[in-house]
Design a protein around this ligand. Structure first.
Ligand code: PRX
Length: 635
């Protein structure tokens, strides 16, 4: 029996049992048989959740790009590694072979080195979904530089915060980006950000849109001539297992974004292993994940997981609605996609459109459909199953997080029977626990609680860049000796898990994690605003949308309220990005607060979702009279 590729339910149970009874032996075998190492480990795992300190494959050396590229060359040099599908369907797709990808990554790695980059340096990558993004990420990994990819929809402010937080000395970007029928001036955004980033020494710029950009002397350089001059071969750096591979920022419920640090060996082993099983990838298949590489889904399941398996992975530059709502399905037909992985928000948006957009295309190549990023509601699940999968392709509802590095709870297609809205069973090696508010584990079935993980898995984030204490406080203090996910979940009568949503102040809007605190900070900087509180409310397409309760400084002021709302959203766009804009803004005279001055978000959430029958006891509030007033004027 190969533990690497699970094909039957019985096999899943057997392998799962093995993986939790003797995790070290289990992961050692997977690591030994399916990856190439420069030198082997002394110890498979050491861990202590109180510090917290987690180390996998300590003492080993490797380079993840040798596993993603070099080792495939003897057998797959001419196989397609990446299919690049441009924003504009009239522009030809590119089929980049493993041989070509290896060469481009080597050239880019040499460019980095010639421009002063050394192992351990941080590089900020702010690029659209073009092949150079994949080359850059892999080139960083090859030379041992730590990449910090920032989603190219973030504003200059958000970009500057992320560049400074981990002291990036280089930024790699493009002149502009295409998104549907829009062109975005990425270099202009970088220029503004860099006014506040004194540590950045060099900016490498690739051409995509051909837009006019300003190049700052001795700081900004066009990438193309540097790549043309660079050698096409490069010796990969020897990396220790626990050397950082990348930093990726995720929103927290408070304060600035958290730079989650992932390390080389465990991340590689787990993303590769989950990719193989959860998508049942077989040689020759074409796999497409529609996420952006600016998010963890793109890191783990567009780049590292697929390439470590020698797979063909599609990189899509565009959006699902351009040039029309049939674009996803047109691409599936065109490239004969076998595994398709997207977010519920995209499914809901497409389900609202005319069915002809789906029916027009031949989707018979599809074997597996994936969902990620937020709970998938029953209606969207059925639409996806009926109209995209024609009832033949299992839907894998994959639950995981930026922090977990890889998929944690998910069906294995053709192995685990699926149930709409259920992420079903823990993946191999994952030991979930549901906890009550007093800190006890809730055993048995048909129960719900807060979702924790009891035992380390190879791809867990090891720290928050520059703030280990915050890492401990956020994830390891709520429940003793357990990793706390921040999500609630239930376990049904057969032991399947269903994720019920966040239990903290993180709101998932269109599959993007947004912390309320940074948005409130952005709003409060508006000169007319005294205080604000943001909560989520259910939204047909986005899953959740944002509702802002805003107190103005001068209540009687005769300002144009509509204009003020626009200014507030503009303020958010500048500080964070358009993804964090509010759908509703209500100006209020006060916010319901506890006697200790804490905003009662529970009450605001109920008001925002129109569920005001059961507000609970409000008599203990500091200002109960405010509740009625806010409720009467709710939008
Ligand atoms: O609340 C869960 C939700 O997304 C959060 C993690 O967000 P992020 O770090 O941005 O990573 C998203 C992509 C892995 C989780 O804490 N979430 C993710 N997948 C699911 C989900 N909620 C329900 N069902 C899912 N399949």
């Amino acid at each position: 029996m190969s533990n690497y590729h699970i094909k039957h339910l019985e096999e899943y149970f057997q392998v799962y049992r093995k993986s939790v009874q003797n995790p070290e032996a289990f992961w050692e075998e997977i690591a030994e048989e399916h990856f190439v190492w420069r030198s082997k480990w002394d110890r498979v795992l050491s861990w202590d959740f109180t510090k917290p300190e987690i180390k996998w494959f300590e003492g080993a050396e490797l380079n993840i790009t040798e596993n993603c590229l070099d080792r495939h060359l003897p057998t797959k040099r001419n196989n397609t590694a990446i299919i690049f599908e441009p924003n504009d369907p009239k522009e030809e797709a590119q089929h980049i072979t493993y041989g070509q990808l290896h060469e481009s990554v080597c050239r880019m790695a040499n460019v980095l080195k010639e421009n002063g980059i050394k192992k351990g340096d941080r590089i900020c990558v702010y690029l659209p979904m073009i092949p150079e993004l994949a080359y850059t990420v892999l080139a960083c990994a090859r030379v041992g530089a730590i990449h910090s990819v920032v989603f190219a929809g973030f504003s200059s402010n958000a970009l500057a915060t992320r560049i400074n937080d981990c002291d990036c000395k280089m930024v790699i970007t493009s002149d502009g980006s295409y998104r549907g029928n829009k062109i975005i001036d990425l270099k202009g955004i970088v220029d503004v950000a860099l006014e506040d980033c004194p540590g950045v020494e060099k900016v490498l710029v690739t051409k995509r849109t051909g837009g006019k950009v300003k190049m700052k002397k001795n700081r900004d350089f066009w990438l193309k001539p540097l790549l043309d001059e660079a050698y096409a071969d490069n010796d990969a750096e020897r990396m220790k297992s626990e050397d950082p591979l990348f930093i990726l920022y995720t929103s927290g419920s408070t304060g600035k974004p958290k730079g989650m640090v992932h390390t080389c060996a465990g991340y590689m082993v787990y993303t590769a292993y989950t990719f193989k099983n959860i998508f049942q990838y077989r040689d020759g298949d074409v796999y497409w994940c529609t996420a952006d590489i600016g998010w963890i889904t793109g890191h783990s399941y567009i780049i590292y997981g697929p390439l470590a398996n020698g797979a063909t992975t599609v990189m899509f530059e565009g959006v699902p609605s351009y040039p029309d709502y049939g674009r996803f399905w047109e691409v599936v037909e065109k490239h004969k996609v076998n595994q398709f992985y997207t977010a519920p928000t995209a499914i809901r948006a497409l389900a609202k459109e005319n069915l002809e957009f789906v029916e027009k295309y031949d989707l018979s190549s599809l074997k597996v459909l994936g969902s990620v990023g937020e709970p998938i509601n029953e209606e969207a699940w059925h639409w996806y199953n009926n109209n995209v999968g024609h009832g033949k392709s299992p839907i894998v509802d994959t639950w995981w997080q930026t922090e977990t590095g890889g998929i944690m709870i998910s069906p294995i297609p053709y192995v685990t029977p699926t149930t709409p809205t259920y992420a079903t069973l823990p993946f191999i090696g994952i030991q979930p626990a549901l906890m009550d508010e007093e800190g006890h584990e809730i055993m048995g079935i048909q129960v719900d609680g807060r979702l924790c993980i009891k035992f380390p898995w190879p791809s867990m984030a090891r720290t928050i860049w520059g703030d280990h204490e915050r890492y401990r406080d956020t994830y390891f203090t709520a429940y003793k000796n357990k990793y706390f996910t921040g999500d609630g979940a239930m376990r049904d009568e057969v032991g399947y898990y269903r994720i019920t949503g966040r239990v903290d102040d993180v709101i998932i809007v269109s599959g993007h994690n947004l912390g309320t605190a940074p948005i409130e900070d952005a709003i409060n900087e508006h000169p007319a605003v005294a205080e604000s509180a943001i909560v989520g409310f259910p939204h047909d397409i986005k899953g959740n949308a944002l509702y802002g309760f805003v107190i103005l400084k001068e209540i009687g002021e005769a300002r144009d309220r509509e204009n003020l709302k626009k200014e507030i959203n503009q303020q958010i766009t500048e500080h964070i990005g358009p993804i964090a804009k509010l759908d509703k803004i209500q100006f209020v005279p006060g916010l319901p607060k506890t006697r200790s001055g804490k905003i009662m978000r529970r009450i605001l959430r109920k008001i925002a979702s129109g569920d005001t029958e059961n507000l609970g006891d409000i008599s203990t509030l500091l200002n109960p009279e405010v509740v009625k007033e806010v409720m009467d004027n709710a939008l």
